[in-house]
Design a protein around this ligand. Structure first.
Ligand code: NAP
Length: 258
């Protein structure tokens, strides 16, 4: 995919959770390419250092990495503390981490799996937003972006409980956007369709699943991580200065409703 040479995030500092692979890594790379200072993070320190090295090898020097399991309060505190220590401020939070430990309809989800899904996908996003807001208040144009899913608007039976957790993020976006709009902190959400990543592979890895996925997508192709990273960069930038409380679907034309 051709990279457009634009620099909308110069002088911005961005923290992106779950950003050592897949969509999060693509967002980190796109933000860095648009001039942001970027903090990559995920649970495994070796993944964090590999991601930082890859970005540095690509010529992006304003990048640091911090290990952060989003459900761990100490890790979240350390993520923001290290960002402030290295870059002095935070303008943008992208809350991108999610888990999906079970496959099947909502009522087949065991209680412990439900708790895990909501702990990582919803509660950690809420806590990250709560903890970063006092820091964003020190800047003039703060921005929070949640990574939800097309499944949050139209639940997929295969990933029932996960779909519900992603619906909750759309509600969190609307509620927080109302609260924070008077302070010029914008809160938006993206809802990717089926994107070619490790996490998304359950939706397309067998030939049957791949055909079934393509049959749902009017554009007749799976999404690529760059289909999402450009959208997130737009929402983080001043080009989206009058947009808050929105969930933008990027799903190759799959119809959405909420
Ligand atoms: P991915 O390629 O599998 O990457 C997952 C990333 O998350 C890795 O960097 C992983 O690194 C990190 N991670 C996992 N659990 C974490 C935790 N508890 N705390 C912090 N980091 C964690 O996944 P992806 O497809 O890009 O998914 C990213 C987001 O997009 C998720 O919110 C997902 O729900 C959403 N999404 C994906 C699709 C799709 O089709 N791919 C569609 C809609 C929405 P470590 O192992 O080092 O932690």
């Amino acid at each position: 995919m051709a990279h457009r040479n634009i620099s909308r995030l110069v002088n911005k500092v961005a923290v992106i959770t779950a950003s050592t692979d897949g969509i999060g890594f693509a967002i980190a790379k796109r933000f860095a390419a648009e001039g942001a200072k970027v903090v990559v993070s995920s649970r495994k320190p070796e993944n964090v250092s590999n991601a930082v090295n890859k970005l540095k090898n690509d010529g992006f020097s304003n990048v640091i990495g911090v290990k952060c399991h989003v459900s761990d309060a100490n890790d979240r505190k350390n993520l923001f503390d290290e960002t402030l220590k290295n870059f002095g401020k935070i303008d943008i939070l992208v809350s991108n981490a999610a888990v999906n430990p079970v496959v099947g309809p909502v009522l087949a989800c065991p209680e412990d799996a439900w708790d895990k899904i909501f702990d990582v996908n919803v509660k950690a996003s809420f806590l990250l937003a709560k903890e970063v807001t006092p820091i964003l208040r020190d800047e003039t144009n703060g921005s929070i972006i949640f990574v939800s899913s097309y499944a949050g608007l139209n639940p997929f039976p295969l990933i029932g409980a996960y779909s519900v957790s992603k619906t909750a993020l759309i509600g969190l976006t609307k509620a927080l956007a109302q609260n924070l709009a008077p302070e010029n902190i914008r809160v938006n959400c993206v809802a990717p369709g089926i994107i070619r990543t490790k996490f998304g592979s359950v939706m397309y890895e067998s030939e049957t699943a791949h055909e079934a996925a393509l049959s749902m997508i009017p554009m007749n192709r799976l999404g690529e991580v760059e289909d999402i990273s450009g959208l997130v960069a737009f929402l983080a930038s001043d080009d989206a200065a009058y947009i808050t409380g929105e969930t933008i679907v990027a799903a190759g034309g799959m119809p959405s409703r909420l």
